[in-house]
Design a binder for this molecule. Sequence first.
Ligand code: ADE
Length: 230
Amino acid sequence: MLGIIGAMAEEVELLKKEMVQPEITSVAGMDFYRGRIGGKDTVVVRSGVGKVNSAVCVQILVDRFGVDGIVNTGIAGSLKAEINIGDLVLATDAVQHDVDATQFSYPPGQIPQLEVLAFEADQRLREKAVTCCRQVNPDIEVHEGRVLTGDQFVSSKEKKAWLSETFGGACTEMEGAAIAQAAYLNQIPFLIVRAISDKADDSAQMDYEEFERLAIIHSVNLTRALIEHA
Ligand code: ADE
């Protein structure tokens, strides 16, 4: 059974509406909706924004619901000129860009005493997502690349440039790599699906408000198809 995490209400609202007679369980201030989507038993939850909320959410999905895979759906800021607002990004891997133990010779993003810098998304889920996306979002470009996560909304060209130079990411957001780390610790597969709402630069705030709704529809379309074909 897949667990579907969105950070914001809008990101999971559409999926919750499609559930037939969901059973709702509240844990740690989060409402977990368990029911069938496209005939598949699924748990959908709004984690809240940021790394701590989303990591706690994964652990509850594993411990209380026994999920054996996680999909994180949501929106993100693009870090590349060729990745446009409205496009989708599927994670190849995810890094926490705000982790800094460089003082102890760790590279930026590396969590001390953990073996990996980047957490790798599940190959099977990635392949399924690419196929599903061509079917349900035929007009949209799908990119695969690294997702950069931090407890920061990125909205300056200096920060954006630093992120690209340091980590080479495709997009930036606030939950993906924390979900990835929690999935890694629990040894379960994960995928991050992000629709681009802004360019993570000086125009980010304005773009975000305008494109958020459209971006959410694209990532939800894909997530729904992924559940049905998983
Ligand atoms: N989510 C959507 N856009 C974002 C940005 N620019 N920075 C962080 N999270 C985001």
